[in-house]
Design a protein around this ligand. Structure first.
Ligand code: HEM
Length: 432
């Protein structure tokens, strides 16, 4: 992100030539729609997306194109339909319950590294959802360490590739930290297939089962073991890195803006209607301010900050000529803070996303210049899952704790595979 300049947040499109690469930053909503919605085949995912992730996720849905992607998307959509939000809710509840048990002893006003806690709860949610079992302490530590090293290296690898370092060298550099994660996931899948997995009885409803049973309506084919390892590795990555990034920044914002925190707490109290127990599936649907607050967090801190596409033909985008093979970057980070799209773009104002408080212009921008989950046929199928998880975690936090700033701390953000803070995200928690 250090490569971005102030004018990037003002221009509709920009282009440079860099070590023989034609690089473009596309900000104008109509041009973005052309790339991501109207002419998807002419602007597929850039080959960088595949190679930078291949050591970790193989040829999973996220980075492949064409008919290979179409088949995978049909199977994944089917699996998501089976593993619906209501069905995965108990798994989210259980992971949130464990989060609160970890935080309670720390909620005496001391500083808490909330990014690590949000990473653990998001990973626990996704492991429980996919495999019907929790993510235990020492195992989690090893996996997180590998993920975070992979993330760091992936960010560096893209930059080094732009400087023309050979792909094979960079692949070897990336593969080290992917290996252990893949072995761990392969063993979990093989244990399930052989019937020896712990919690086997509870697993008939989980996402792995739904992926195993998914059949392509066009060809009747299902995922092979190799493909399943790829998909589960990706779902694990997609399901925890993104949510962890968004949740950490949402908690940080709550610590900085007490009025927003108070308003969310009030809304949660009303949804609980005097009940003491956990916040249920239906109660969660009565948090419009919570949903707006999460959207505003995703606007300011989009976990996936850059998408890369490749021009398959020489074409004109606005006033720019893009030669075939150009790398087209679409950045939610830039578009969602763009001065021509948003009024007061850098301030935190959840009301922009509240149906009865947003101006006509804000409602239009929420449709045209808000893309944290992508756009078009490749849009994230996990968006509703992520919202449900985020509302549950945030609601259970604000009903118990006052979230206070850690004086002098401000996150230093870097765009790796997801948006992360190099110096952590810290807040203080005080039991109410
Ligand atoms: C706040 C949380 C999340 C954010 C911000 C997010 C964002 C995104 C974005 C931007 C894309 C598309 C990127 C592109 O077009 O280049 C994507 C794709 C995807 N996401 Fe998410 N995601 C989140 C959570 C999840 C969760 C929880 C899951 C699964 C449980 C998930 C599964 C997927 C899958 C399978 C794809 C690939 C879709 C395809 O290529 O057809 N995501 N996500």
């Amino acid at each position: 992100m250090g490569l971005l300049n102030a004018w990037d947040f003002q221009i509709p499109i920009g282009g440079i030539r860099f070590f023989g690469f034609n690089l473009f930053l596309v900000n104008q909503p109509a041009a973005v729609r052309r790339l991501m919605v109207e002419q998807v085949e002419q602007f597929p995912k850039h080959p960088f997306t595949l190679w930078v992730l291949q050591p970790l996720i193989g040829r999973a849905i996220f980075s492949v194109n064409g008919t290979e992607w179409e088949r995978q998307r049909r199977l994944v959509d089917q699996a998501f339909q089976v593993a619906q939000l209501q069905r995965v809710f108990p798994q989210m509840e259980a992971a949130t319950h464990d989060l609160i048990a970890r935080l309670d002893p720390l909620a005496d006003g001391r500083t808490v590294g909330i990014d690590a806690e949000m990473t653990l709860v998001a990973a626990d949610v996704i492991v429980r959802t996919i495999l019907s079992r929790p993510l235990a302490g020492p195992e989690a530590a090893v996996i997180f360490e590998d993920f975070s090293r992979y993330q760091r290296r992936a960010g560096q690898a893209v930059m080094l590739r732009l400087l023309r370092l050979p792909q094979s060298l960079l692949n070897r550099y990336l593969a080290t930290h992917a290996r252990r994660i893949r072995v761990w996931i392969r063993q979990a899948i093989e244990a399930r297939l052989s019937g020896s997995a712990p919690g086997q009885a509870a697993s008939s409803q989980d996402l792995l089962q739904a992926l195993l049973e998914a059949r392509d309506p066009l060809t009747g084919s299902s995922f092979s073991l190799e493909e399943l390892v790829d998909q589960v590795c990706f779902l694990f990555l997609a399901g925890h890195e993104t949510s962890a990034s968004a949740l950490a920044m949402a908690v940080y914002l709550l610590s900085q803006v007490p009025e927003a925190q108070g308003r969310l707490r009030q809304e949660v109290t009303a949804a609980l209607a005097g009940q003491n127990g956990p916040l249920g599936f239906e109660a969660l649907r009565q948090l419009p301010y919570g949903a707006a607050l999460f959207n505003e967090t995703l606007r300011l801190y989009p976990p996936v900050s850059f998408f890369m596409r490749e021009a398959q033909l020489t074409t004109n985008l606005l006033d720019q000529r893009c030669p075939v093979g150009s790398l087209l970057t679409i950045s939610p980070w830039v578009i969602q803070r763009h001065e021509q799209h948003w009024s007061d773009p850098n301030s935190f104002r959840p009301e922009r996303f509240l149906a009865d408080q947003a101006s006509t212009e804000e409602r239009r921008m929420a449709r045209e210049a808000f893309l944290p989950f992508g756009l078009g046929p490749r849009k994230c199928p996990g968006a509703a899952f992520a919202l449900q998880e985020a509302l549950l975690v945030l609601a259970e936090l604000v009903r118990r704790y006052e979230i206070l700033p850690d004086p002098g701390h401000s996150p230093e953000l870097v765009a790796r595979l997801t948006l992360r803070s190099v110096n952590g995200v810290r807040v203080k928690l005080r039991r109410l």
